[in-house]
Design a protein around this ligand. Structure first.
Ligand code: GLC
Length: 538
């Protein structure tokens, strides 16, 4: 096996450092806290951490608004701590990728301060300015609930500046070669420290051109190819993961031509359809989207996820589907944000262990490498009374003590309140009690991860639907070299008996997850599937 393709076999774990573990009791999670929890992550079966931005930042967008690309946010620790984190992670065979925010900076970044202070500053051209707010009118607004325009007025220098996200996040001007060079320097800095790659934030928006939606432009792809070339030449083996919230046909170009752009890309369109198909209790939506998902080349990989730190975005569904998703999954208007749903995995799936594990069965067995969002492995809840996406970014619940084992700081100094309701509070949901209970969600997730790791077919194999008349069953086969795995998911809340024609094979098929045997008789595999049951047969 080719081990340079490690990312194809890897299970990823997304961590918001501020939320994970507070080692110095100031109420904010930090890098040393992360180090203390590396054994936990390792035990779960994770191969690679993805850290949300850890750079100095006014935290108007939880660190996606960077004010210095070359340091660590003071409450998270120091560069030395970061180096130690890398060392400790690598010692345990864990890799670490971090967010790379190319598209914009904070308005507190010295470049922007200099740019707005003086129109003749060399930094003026680091950003996109205009006398008119009517330029690039075809570009959509992403943060619909807060922003009215992609142009912000700068009183000081009396021009508009371009921003695709919050007004406090001015877009960098990639037509300026100096900006292009700066960002390569930033990458080098962190790669030299030893990071294993980047999750590149918001990549479709780097360039602007009149008469276009200012997304996925050829100029953007050309620059991203420069980045990949730079990595290939100077840092082979490190990876680039694209955040491009687009339809499959628009994501494909981010994988480049013969591996000259991203190694990996998130599969945004399949994510809402996993929830849809579980709610509708049939596979139709999954079949439809897989039909539009081309196979990738050998060095590329989809990144699969159920939830992340943002709202569950409904950009990649039809308007009708969006309305339906909102009705079904976000009945309270406070659960909605922009074009999405700001809730966590467990509450979205009614805190139902079987539904959650069915979703995980799809996440871990469909083509791609899975990402787990911190806390979802124990079924953490959300808090819709908190602003913006904060409700899904609350402190990790380690135990049932008053601070949930997150911090010893007085509760009023913890950066966000710990979830405290009757269903998802620290007493009901925490790592410690789930580790102690072999029937807990944590154990189910851990078993699934460890089972998956024994079979490269999940990360590397071909995908094909199994012909099954019953639409409540999502059945497919994953094949890699001589490994063949038949996956059956009963999407519905009722029992179904299915018969699949199959060549007789001498021994039984064995469920990787439970060790139970299933025999083929008279060239037929007959399965009685209980509600929401999943089988991974080898
Ligand atoms: C990405 C991030 C999101 C952030 C935005 C702007 O979409 O996932 O959290 O707000 O970029 O940087």
């Amino acid at each position: 096996m080719d081990h340079t393709l490690w990312y194809k076999d890897a299970v990823f774990y997304e961590v918001y450092v501020r939320a994970f573990h507070d080692s110095d009791n100031d109420g904010h999670g930090d890098l040393r806290g992360m180090i203390e929890k590396l054994d936990y992550v390792k035990e779960l079966g994770v191969d690679c951490l993805w850290l949300l931005p850890i750079y100095p930042s006014p935290l108007k967008d939880d660190g996606y608004d960077i004010s210095n690309f070359y340091d660590v946010h003071p409450t998270y620790g120091t560069l030395d701590d970061f180096e130690e984190l890398l060392e400790e992670a690598h010692k345990r065979g864990l890799r670490v990728i971090m967010d790379l925010v190319l598209n914009h900076t904070s308005n507190m970044h010295p470049w922007f301060r200099a740019a707005r202070a003086n129109r003749n500053s060399i930094f003026r051209d680091y950003y996109v300015w205009s006398d008119s707010s009517l330029k690039y009118r075809d570009a959509r607004i992403i943060f619909l609930d807060t922003e009215e325009s992609n142009w912000g007025w700068d009183k000081k220098s009396e021009q508009y500046y371009w921003h695709r996200f919050y007004a406090s996040q001015p877009d960098l001007n990639y037509d300026n070669p100096a900006v292009q060079a700066e960002m390569l320097k930033v990458m080098s800095f962190w790669l030299d420290l030893g990071v294993d790659g980047f999750r590149a934030d918001a990549v479709p928006y780097l360039f602007e051109r009149e008469g276009t939606g200012c997304e996925n432009l050829p100029e953007t792809h050309a620059y991203l190819k420069e980045i990949r070339k730079f990595i290939n030449e100077r840092y082979p083996g490190r990876i680039l993961l694209a955040e491009a919230n687009q339809w499959p046909e628009d994501i494909i170009p981010y994988f480049g031509d013969g591996g000259d752009e991203f190694h990996m890309g998130f599969h945004f369109p399949i994510m809402p359809r996993i929830f849809m198909s579980i709610r509708k209790e049939h596979r139709t939506q999954l079949v439809w989207i897989m039909g539009r998902t081309p196979a990738l080349t050998e060095t590329n990989q989809w990144c699969m996820f159920l939830r992340n730190h943002d709202e569950l975005t409904l950009e990649m569904v039809t308007e009708e589907e969006r309305e339906w998703m909102w009705q079904e999954f976000a009945p309270d208007p406070r659960m909605r944000l922009n074009l999405g749903i700001r809730r966590r995995l467990a509450p979205l799936l009614d805190n139902d262990h079987r539904k959650i594990m069915l979703a995980n069965s799809l996440l871990f067995s469909l083509p791609g490498s899975p990402v787990i969002y911190y806390g979802d492995e124990i079924g953490m809840g959300d808090n819709i009374s908190l602003h913006d996406r904060n409700g899904v970014r609350t402190p990790m619940q380690w135990d049932d003590s008053s601070s949930a084992g997150f911090s010893k700081a007085p509760s009023q100094s913890v950066y966000l309140p710990i979830i405290d309701d009757d269903t998802y509070g620290r007493k009901q949901v925490n790592v410690k009690s789930q580790q102690d209970n072999p029937y807990s969600l944590w154990h189910s997730v851990r078993n699934m991860i460890h089972a998956r790791k024994k079979y490269p077919a999940f990360g590397r194999g071909d995908f094909q639907w199994i012909d099954c008349e019953n639409e409540a069953i999502a059945a497919y086969v994953r094949t890699y070299e001589d490994q063949v795995i038949y996956v059956f998911n009963n999407m519905s809340a009722s029992e179904h008996v299915i018969s699949i024609p199959m060549q007789d094979i001498p021994g039984p098929l064995t469920d990787i997850l439970t060790g139970k045997d299933y025999y083929i008789q008279d060239q037929t595999l007959t399965l009685k599937m209980s509600p929401r049951q999943y089988l991974w047969l080898v």
